[in-house]
Design a protein around this ligand. Structure first.
Ligand code: HEC
Length: 160
């Protein structure tokens, strides 16, 4: 209130006092307006546009179409792939120890083993059975393999 009174009283010699009291009013108003404006801007920004990285509405519909196409192509590719092809993909994780062509390395040579032998050995490892001194290494390797995976790996190893 005092500020308003001083603004109103334009008596000579009161200029400095007037400036200070005006600043006391103008500065808070300016800060308040800035905060309000910034707030309003951020609210309208959030509601007008989805935040960066979020895919909604049309974007999500387009994504669903693309994703369905991708799944179809993937299924067609898998259907066309031979067991040995599928086994080759999984074997990539085995090559480090058994050699790119199953010639052996850290792990024994697999080349020359039949599909059935491979499936049977992998099944034993998956069941936690001990075959050689380092079987523990293969327990982890075979844990996630399905019966199909093992048959596919067997088909691939047989083809080496
Ligand atoms: C970290 C190294 C390592 C990786 C990776 C690995 N193996 Fe082995 N593998 C071994 C070792 C060591 C043995 C011998 C285990 C034992 O003493 O019984 C072995 C044994 C085997 C045997 C038995 C061979 C035989 O003649 O007795 C088969 C089959 C086999 N691994 C398949 C695989 C397949 C398939 C994968 C990939 C899914 C794989 N391994 C990944 C190290 C590995």
């Amino acid at each position: 209130m005092k500020g308003f009174i001083i603004i109103a009283s334009l008596k000579p010699g009161h200029e400095k006092e007037l400036l200070v009291s005006n600043a006391k009013i103008i500065v808070p108003i300016f800060i308040g307006a800035t905060v309000l404006l910034a707030g309003a801007r951020s609210i309208s920004w959030e509601t007008d546009h989805p935040p960066v990285g979020m895919c909604v509405g049309e974007c999500y519909e387009a994504y669903k179409v693309e994703d369905a196409k991708r799944r179809e192509a993937e299924a067609a590719m898998l259907a066309a792939a031979s067991p040995a092809d599928l086994g080759k993909k999984i074997y990539a994780a085995c090559a480090g120890c058994h050699g790119l062509n199953g010639e052996g390395g850290v792990g024994p040579k697999l080349q020359g083993a039949t599909k059935n032998a491979i499936v049977s050995m992998l099944t034993q490892y998956k069941n936690g059975e001990t075959r050689g001194a380092q079987s523990a290494l293969m327990w982890g390797q075979s844990a996630a393999l399905s019966a199909d995976d093992m048959a596919n790996i067997g088909a691939y190893v047989e083809s080496l």
